[in-house]
Ligand binder design. Sequence first.
Ligand code: ASP
Length: 584
Amino acid sequence: MYRSHSCGELRESHIGQTVTLSGWVAKTRDKGFVVWVDLRDRYGITQLVLDEDRTSATLLEQARNLGREFVIQIKGEVIERASKNANISTGNIEVLVSELTILNESKTPPFTIENETDGGEDLRMKYRYLDIRRNPVKNNLIFRSKVTMEVRKFLSGQGFIEVETPYLIKSTPEGARDFVVPSRMNEGQFYALPQSPQTFKQLLMVGGMDKYFQIVKCFRDEDLRADRQPEFTQIDCEMAFVEQEDILNVFEDLTKYLLKEVNGVEIDSFPRMTYDDAMAKYGNDKPDIRFGMEFGELNTIAQHKEFSVFNDAELVVGIAVPSAAEYTRKELDALVDWVKRPQVGAKGMVYVKCNADGSFKSTVDKFYDQEDLAKWAEVTGAQPGDLICVLSGDANKTRTQLSALRMELATRLGLRKSNEFAPLWVVDFPLLELDEETGHYHAMHHPFTSPKPGQLELLDSDPGAVRANAYDLVLNGNEIGGGSIRIHDKDTQATMFKHLGFTPEEAKAQFGFLMDAFQYGAPPHGGLAFGLDRLVAILGGQETIRDFIAFPKNNSGRDVMIDAPAAIDAAQLKELNLKLDIQD
Ligand code: ASP
């Protein structure tokens, strides 16, 4: 028996008992006549004590020589601690060691295994197994496990069946590049790893599995903007014989259940907002509604004066920043520079200080009098003491820029509190999205998404105006889930492929299996997928998903611990019948 108790278990009630513990040496303190050892395992830390009066000289010497992270087993008596430590659960006791076995020695770890470590990110990733011994990482993994268990509990309670779908498949169009795997048995042919199990879950609906879910890895070969992973986990779901409303209700209930079970937060019902409203009010299809600062459109009141910048703009739009009228000239200049950075891309910014006495001071006083500015304040909801920030230009770009400013200022002002949860549904997404570069439309969600009833005809005349039965669940400014009601008949699906630029032959080659299936009694169906990594990070009150993944990849898609990806040897290439000819 390696252990009778864990290192987080012993309390005053155990005093007098002889126990066996196993764990890692977190720390030793040698006071000469007495040695203390902090023994750590997943459950906590227990203090061990050895001293000249009660411990043999050999044992004391052995304890003195223990290195950090040695794995040891001890036997001893639980005794009351002289100086208690209220900060840890085992802080009232210590174990007087009578036997000590070194189970394994350890090299000195390259960083300290403490809550606050001296190890930088790269080092921690290279030795992730040591990083996982640290409380913050360990606790995140335990937290993730709890969320995952609760998801399974809820969905299986609702009659969902967990079905696994294959990883070696062919392309599923979720809008990213595929990772491909060469097939040895089928020379010159490649599998694609699933960007999601989208087509398979639809086929499961044709198969009669009317409530499906799967906690599943998805693979997308995208440029890794901050906080994306090439492989990530989805809670993937699909239901048959449902309308949008049914799906929203089930997954709103799942989210409420998680918030309650995991965070102890109860939320009545989630607000709903159309995509168009979200864009108009927040410039963003995943608005953070924990705070206000809604957009106020100023076109009608700010145009047709002498200020040509506004007159020439498609959109003039502002936000009121609470209590920011006090910003100094230097701070305001810095803010203007911030919106002009290439990452944001605004040409400039107009601002209005709403003074406490009700007067206004703006950068455009030459063109607008106090009465004009009072109207701006009314439209943006600015109060005395607030600062109005106004951007102008092309409508879409300006909205995106103002949204970036809104989020930045809210972060600076501490309005994005991690223990506050503000979920909402964004509904009625456009079916198609125009790619400005190519001038082609592509599916905003994916090509299997159904247009709203009666809008199919619009596809020819005004494709950008077609709305879809597509929805996203947004939490604290993050899209944590998205899905749609699907097309379930062959003809509509064929029309959709045509509008996305597929020839009938291409559509057949790539998705013939799905269109075939639709001819054998496909039920109406729809679903959604949640990004588990992000959901867990937000529920855990943190921003980065990497901290909740046991073995994440870095921004270049590398696993620096196992050193992947890596070249494969000549024999393996030969077996695959592949020759490398790397182009620059
Ligand atoms: N397959 C979609 C995605 O990965 C989700 C869905 O439509 O159910 O975003």
